[in-house]
Design a protein around this ligand. Structure first.
Ligand SMILES: [Zn+2]
Length: 495
């Protein structure tokens, strides 16, 4: 996807560059809502998870969710933000049917985190986007419109769930950078365990601010905002289309048509269209939330949270390269998913061959997870056992091909590799004198191909190896068979 996105770079051959800033909304993983004790979860009967506070009934009083504040501070610390010792909440007034109070409790002047920076990779190169702020607010409910019905419904189960907003400076220049920035945000959130970042359920959503200007210019042009994108692919595609649209207007002298407005991306038609213009821009009439006292943090409390930070993806990536000798590509693939990376490390603890363990985790294991549709914690193969399987392959006790069958059987039965290899009759034959005999028989039976190999036709050696595999029911060690064939017919060395 990324390579394709790079290929569609709308900026490639123009005099213009894009200036992109993202506002990413992250649904925090808390047991209860932001300002009440209703459960914060999905998939329940509509409006079952509500109370006077999140229904916005008069006289009800909000109470701040401690866990949500801690999570936001931890995210800020992970990105090097400043955590001011005082923070407060503000009312942001607007009317919408899924916002029963008529205002949202958010943060304006004193967000929990100020500044910070996100480092991320684009094509193996490190990029940096600075952060403006990270603040905490509550989510709205959900309007439900059913096609063909005249009425609409509202489900307030989501109303009041904690939402963290990460606002970047306009430091991103291409759709690809925006996508990779957002991927890194997701990785870090998952490492911190502050959100499940489930994009289908809308736990990670993004608004993109984008403008275009002559390459190298330093001023900012009029920007448009694309609202509510909920996948990396949609972020990249929506930006591509919007940037291309703005550049088209600039190149044809119609830049006056680029106006400050909110646009929506339609993934089916692959275009953005205007949702509301500047003239309708809201005046939110922010003022300090009178029902909530400002929060005052102590430096010791912040330090305590700092101590809970896990090793973050980029640090881990560096360690995998330096200590384990993995390539940047492999290390990057492994650290993307914290569970996979943890599993890999436990495998390496019992079998210190990071290269082959990494390969097996990224290929065979991930394939098995995909085909079963389960996460790594549900595959039923302990890391130590998986490491034994990789060791068996490296020792030549089982072929790469058969090892995949063994892995499947391990996941089915939970039994150790060695036992299954024996029982399934898939032990690889690496016994020199036995294989030598088989190879001699094959050479005697196929004088034609043998002659071809002698004359340097390397293709024919594959045929002979195939014959050895056939006679051993696929159990011969193919690399050994090949070198024995070479040795016994005295063929010229491979080029
Ligand atoms: Zn409630």
């Amino acid at each position: 996807m990324s390579a394709a996105a790079a290929g569609r770079d709308p900026l490639e051959s123009t005099r213009f560059e894009a200036v992109i800033g993202l506002e990413v909304h992250v649904q925090l993983l808390t047991r209860t809502k932001m300002f009440c004790r209703c459960e914060a979860r999905f998939g329940t009967e509509a409006n079952a998870l509500t109370c006077p506070v999140c229904l916005g009934l008069p006289g009800s009083l909000p109470c701040i969710n401690r866990r949500a504040v801690e999570s936001t501070v931890r995210v800020g610390l992970a990105f090097g933000s400043e955590i001011p010792l005082l923070t407060k909440f503000d009312r942001k007034s607007y009317f919408y049917p899924d916002l029963p109070k008529g205002y949202q409790i958010s943060q304006k002047d004193d967000p929990i985190c100020k500044g910070g920076r996100v480092e991320f990779f684009v094509d193996g190169e490190i990029r940096v986007a600075r952060l403006v702020r990270i603040h905490l607010e509550e989510d709205a409910g959900k309007n439900i419109h059913v096609e063909g019905r005249p009425e609409s419904w509202v489900d307030l189960n989501r109303a009041g769930t904690p939402l963290m907003e990460v606002v970047s400076e306009p430091d991103l220049r291409t759709p690809r950078e925006a996508g990779d920035y957002m991927r890194m945000l997701r990785q870090v959130m998952l490492y911190l365990g502050v959100s499940d970042c489930n994009m289908e359920e809308g736990s990670l959503r993004c608004d993109c601010n984008v403008s275009t200007r002559l390459r190298g210019a330093s001023h900012l042009e009029t920007r448009t905002e694309i609202k509510n994108l909920n996948s990396f692919l949609n972020v990249e595609k929506a930006l591509e289309h919007e940037i291309a649209r703005q550049i088209r207007l600039r190149e044809t002298g119609r830049e006056a048509e680029i106006v400050q407005e909110t646009r929506l991306y339609d993934p089916d038609r692959g275009e953005t269209r205007s949702m509301r213009g500047k003239e309708e821009a809201h005046d939110y009439r922010y003022f300090p939330e009178p029902d909530l006292a400002p929060l005052v943090f102590s430096p010791e409390w912040i330090d305590g949270l700092r101590a809970t930070l896990p090793e973050l993806p980029l640090v881990r990536l560096g360690r995998f390269q330096e200590d384990l000798g993995l390539s940047a590509y492999h290390a990057d693939q492994l650290v993307r998913d914290k569970e996979i990376a943890d599993y890999f490390e436990r495998c390496v603890e019992s079998y210190r061959q990071p290269q082959s363990v990494g390969n097996w985790v990224l290929n065979a294991l991930r394939e098995e997870l995909r085909s079963r549709g389960v996460g790594i914690e549900d595959i039923g193969v302990a890391p130590e056992r998986f490491a034994e399987l990789v060791r068996a392959v490296d020792d030549g006790a089982v072929s790469t091909q058969k090892a995949r069958d063994v892995l499947r059987a391990m996941a089915d039965s939970g039994r150790p590799a060695a036992e299954l290899i024996r029982e399934m009759g898939v032990e690889q034959i690496s016994d020199d004198s036995f294989l030598r005999g088989v190879v001699q028989d094959v050479i005697a039976a196929h004088p034609g191909p043998v002659e071809d190999v002698r004359r340097g036709k390397r293709n024919s050696i594959n045929f002979l190896v195939g014959q050895v595999m056939r006679r051993t029911k696929g159990q011969a060690n193919p690399a050994m068979a090949m070198s024995l064939i070479d040795e016994l017919i005295g063929s010229p060395p491979a080029e």
